[in-house]
Structures are given as structure tokens and as C-alpha cells.
Design a binder for this molecule. Structure first.
Ligand code: OGA
Ligand code: MN
Length: 295
């Protein structure tokens, strides 16, 4: 069974068939997935009914997994999934949709804002791998924006302006945008801002991309309102339809994206129906910016 890769989006995103992800992959298959990611930044693997263990094993082919701590407000005893799985569903431990005003649900609504996973961590995510175990019938599409194409389309003046900028990223900013600021002192401490470069260079292809995210809330050396207005302009530019692939989920789709080269968001869906999405996340190689006095 040979691997077939067909482009499905405008400048990014391809469908990959011919691999059974329940099995341990051969090194040439891993290399083919990696090079597909380098080129398309989003890969869709249809009809992959994986267990959590198989999904974690697949993700581990590409590097160290991120744990599920630090990125949400779920308390230690409240996890529905094992460590190593990020629960992106709308469900509580009882398998039922969370109440409309449940704190965890309100926090997770932040995924409806354009973002790059874990840009609020000093080492942000490399790949995210999302499995649609139970998908929405109406709404709940996931959209992906190509931040390389967005960078390429900037005018020369703006390219020069953004080249060396450094932003502060925090979950406090993204959730604050939606008016959610009901955080404990402990959560605030865990979510303190980290620095990220605004322009990144892909280590394999050498292509530059804009590293934007709803978590970005300040630019080093800039007045905050000016920084936020500029970041909004850049997000508006980067998410024009010619840079966006819209994924309409089918059950057991597995979608893998490169957070270094894309942003994504989920669209609104019916709060009363089950949407069981499970993510494994491969950590990046290191920080995008070295602070002079970093500990
Ligand atoms: C994620 C995410 C989008 C979705 O898993 O990182 O943002 O469609 N999810 O649930
Ligand atoms: Mn996400």
C-alpha cells in the first residue's frame, strides 16, 4: 500500500492515504509524513479509528509529547483522558456536554479564536494531531491559515518592520479577549506571559512565517494599544480566504498541523451535542526567543 498525498487547500493542506496509523510506522513512512508536513503544513488522514494509546504512539514518532498540564483550567482529578492526551471535547468526566456556563467550557471557547497551539509556552508546540472521535453534524469546522503565504504577501516595509519584533503570549490575553478573566492566583501565575518572535524561519525549508496567535497581547517596546491594533491587522491579513483551508470533519479523521507555520480555529457548534475531539501534541525543539536574563 503506497502513500498518496493530494493537496486539498489553497496554499496548504493535503490528504494523505495509504498508511494504517494503528500500526508502528517504518522510518521511510515517518520521513514521508514529515516531508508532507514541511510542504503542506496540514495533513488530513481519513478513516483512522485510533485508540488513545495508538494516537500517542503515532505522535511519538515525531518527537517528545507535551503533557496536558498548564494549558487549561482542568483540575488534577477532573481529567477525562490519560496524561499525554489533550481533551479538546466539550465533555465532562461523565461523557456529557458541559453546562453552557461551565468554567472549563467558557475557557475552551478560546479555541474559536485564531491561534497556534502552546504559543503561551516558552517552547511552543511543533505538531498537533487531532482525532475526531465524535464530530459535530452542524458547525465545528476547523480552519487553518497558512502563515508562510501570509508572510510572503506582506509588503516590503511591513516585512522589515516585523522582522525582529518579539511578542508576549499568554492564555490570560486570549481568554481576556472573550471577557473571561475568572482566574485564580495560581492560574494567573501558571499563565504568565512568555516571549515569542513574530517572524520564524522553518528549520527545513528555510521559509519565513508570521508567528501570530490569539495568545499574543503585547509587543516588546511598543505601547499596548498600538501593539494590539497592529497584531489584529496582521491576523486579519493572514486569515484572508486565499490563505485558509476549511476542514469539514468526518468521524475518525485525523488532522495533523504544523503550529510553526499555521494558525487554526474551530467554528461555533451546538453546545448540547457531543463533540469528542482528542489531541496529541509534539513539543517544539526550543524557545523562539532567548531572553538575556532567562533562568
Ligand atoms: C486544538 C484546537 C480545534 C477543534 O485541538 O488545538 O484548537 O476543532 N481544536 O477542536
Ligand atoms: Mn488549538
Amino acid at each position: 500500500m503506497g502513500i498518496v498525498i493530494e493537496q486539498v487547500g489553497p496554499t496548504l493542506a493535503a490528504r494523505l492515504t495509504g498508511l494504517d496509523l494503528t500500526k508502528t510506522l517504518a522510518s521511510h513512512d515517518i520521513a514521508a509524513v514529515d516531508s508532507g508536513m514541511d510542504r503542506y503544513a496540514v495533513l488530513v488522514f481519513p478513516a483512522q479509528a485510533l485508540t488513545d494509546e495508538q494516537q500517542m504512539a503515532f505522535a511519538s514518532h515525531f518527537g517528545q509529547l507535551e503533557g496536558n498540564a498548564g494549558g487549561n483550567i482542568t483540575k488534577p482529578g477532573e481529567h477525562r483522558l490519560p496524561p499525554g492526551m489533550n481533551d479538546v471535547s466539550n465533555l465532562g468526566q461523565d461523557g456529557k456536554p458541559l453546562a453552557r456556563d461551565d468554567r472549563r467550557r467558557m475557557f475552551n471557547l478560546g479555541n474559536q479564536l485564531w491561534h497556534s497551539d502552546s504559543s503561551f509556552r516558552s517552547t511552543p508546540a511543533k505538531y498537533s494531531i487531532l482525532s475526531g472521535r465524535i464530530v459535530s453534524e452542524t458547525g465545528g469546522n476547523t480552519e487553518f491559515a497558512d502563515m508562510r503565504a501570509a508572510y510572503d504577501a506582506l509588503d516590503e516595509r511591513t516585512k522589515l518592520e516585523v522582522e525582529d519584533l518579539v511578542c508576549d503570549h499568554s492564555l490570560i490575553y486570549s481568554r481576556g479577549t472573550l471577557g473571561f478573566d475568572d482566574l485564580t492566583e495560581e492560574e494567573r501565575a501558571a499563565f504568565r506571559p512568555v516571549k515569542q518572535r513574530l517572524v520564524r524561519t522553518h528549520p527545513v525549508t528555510g521559509r519565513k512565517s508570521l508567528f501570530l496567535s490569539s495568545h499574543a497581547g503585547a509587543i516588546e517596546g511598543w505601547p499596548v494599544p498600538e501593539a494590539r491594533a497592529f497584531l489584529r491587522d496582521l491576523v486579519e491579513h493572514a486569515t484572508q480566504p486565499q490563505f485558509v483551508y476549511v476542514h469539514r470533519w468526518r468521524q475518525y479523521d485525523l488532522v495533523m498541523w504544523d503550529n510553526r507555520q499555521t494558525m487554526h480555529r474551530v467554528r461555533r457548534f451546538d453546545a448540547d451535542t457531543v463533540r469528542d475531539m482528542r489531541r496529541t501534541t509534539v513539543a517544539g525543539d526550543g524557545p523562539t526567543y532567548q531572553e538575556a536574563n532567562a533562568a
